[in-house]
Design a protein around this ligand. Structure first.
Ligand SMILES: [Zn+2]
Length: 394
């Protein structure tokens, strides 16, 4: 829509959509049907009008800032502290606010950020997916009084496992979920990955030796196969569910002794060794899951509930799910990753006396081609997430 009459529009409303459920432009982006109408009563936020249904809405509609009396700066700073791993109580002490307020804001932000992830992460063309699960309570292992196997046995009954899946090429965190160490959780993680990838895309899966991954992978990346008849007479053999021909899956088994890595063995479960090597060689790698382990380290640093080894272990699941949703967006869109940076064709001079800027910072989402810039947390929280999938065209 372009309008020949009236004052020229100066406010960009492209990122907004009409929230009215019965408007014919409801949830649609890019039709130019919104008009900014200034700041009513001198409020900090703009009001927008939909020229189709004439309804008014705030530019913060559907975000954490909507209807809050606290300043936007305070909310952004509180969420930033949580994203950097300070924990709910620590953050509450820093800003001298009630811990319940912090938790409330975290829950609201997490809801918005889950929609944010869903809006951006879809139809991905992935070559590899690394799967891992890490335990959220570490005190028993750290003390050295129980063996790792015994600790895992003990912890397997607790629900504090964080399941992660990432694309090692772009470092995009595809899934971070908390749950028990069970087949059902393996299915939940693989189900999420199956929803994210483009139709027909079958990535190479790498995991540790955990037995429940294989049925979950085959369940989501398999197909019915009709076996050929062996005899001319009698009923035809029943179709069987088999892994797709393109499916590759390898396990990396590490032997640790006194917390030192002594041996890395790998086992190709689906596909051939040559095919696995070919996918990895395209990136110049040998078989490994070290990238996920680097991710686990930053998870521990940034998600207070999984937390530091010295601090009190997490006792309840309060906020862990929400902190993971926050971590996922923070990792994918906000944090520039050192290994992803690109050399600038023309080095940019800095304003001061410092040396020239030679690198372009990149986030995993930029490496995966989902966005073109490094997002700030404020920008993420202000983003009004349009519905995904978008409503059909008019
Ligand atoms: Zn409307």
């Amino acid at each position: 829509m372009t309008f020949p009459r009236g004052r020229r529009r100066t406010v960009d409303t492209q990122a907004h959509c009409c929230p009215a459920p019965d408007c014919s432009y409801s949830g649609r982006l890019g039709y130019g049907n919104r008009r900014a109408t200034g700041h009513p009563h001198g409020q900090p936020w703009r009001q927008l009008q939909c020229v189709s249904c004439h309804g008014y809405f705030s530019e913060t509609h559907g975000t954490i800032f909507h209807g809050k009396r606290s300043s936007a700066d305070l909310i952004v700073h509180v969420i930033a502290c949580l994203a950097e791993g300070l924990g709910i109580r620590g953050t509450a002490r820093v800003f001298e606010i009630d811990p319940n307020t912090v938790l409330q804001w975290l829950v609201e932000a997490a809801e918005q950020l889950q929609a944010f992830s869903a809006y951006f992460l879809h139809d991905l063309h992935l070559k590899q997916v690394q799967l891992d699960e890490l335990y959220a309570v570490l005190s028993a292992v750290r003390d050295g009084d129980v063996s790792a196997a015994e600790a895992i046995e003990r912890l397997s009954r607790s629900p504090h496992w964080v399941w992660t899946a990432m694309d090692p090429e772009s470092k995009l965190l595809l899934s971070a979920q908390v749950g028990e160490r069970t087949l059902a959780m393996a299915h939940a993680v693989l189900h999420q990955i199956a929803q994210l990838v483009a139709p027909g895309c079958v990535p190479l899966f790498l995991s540790d030796g955990y037995a429940h991954y294989l049925p979950a992978i085959v369940a989501h990346f398999g197909q019915w196969v009709q076996p050929p008849r062996r005899q001319a007479t009698g009923p035809a053999p029943k179709p069987r569910w088999m892994p797709r021909a393109a499916l590759l899956y390898a396990q990396v088994i590490k032997t640790m002794r006194r917390r030192r890595l002594v041996e890395v063995k790998h086992r190709v479960i689906c596909g051939t060794q040559a095919a696995v090597d070919q996918v990895l060689a395209a990136c110049g790698w040998h078989i490994n899951t070290s990238f996920v382990e680097r991710l686990n380290l930053s998870l521990r640093q940034r998600v207070a509930a999984i937390g530091r080894r010295s601090a009190t272990p997490c006792k309840s699941e309060d906020g862990l799910r929400q902190q993971l949703a926050l971590f996922q967006v923070y990792h994918n869109f906000v944090l520039a990753h050192a290994s992803l940076r690109q050399p600038l064709v023309v080095p940019e001079p800095t304003n001061g006396t410092g040396s020239v800027k030679e690198w372009r910072r990149r986030t995993p989402a930029m490496a995966a081609g989902l966005t073109d810039h490094v997002w700030s947390l404020r920008e993420v929280l202000r983003f009004r997430v349009p519905p995904w999938p978008q409503p059909r065209a008019l």
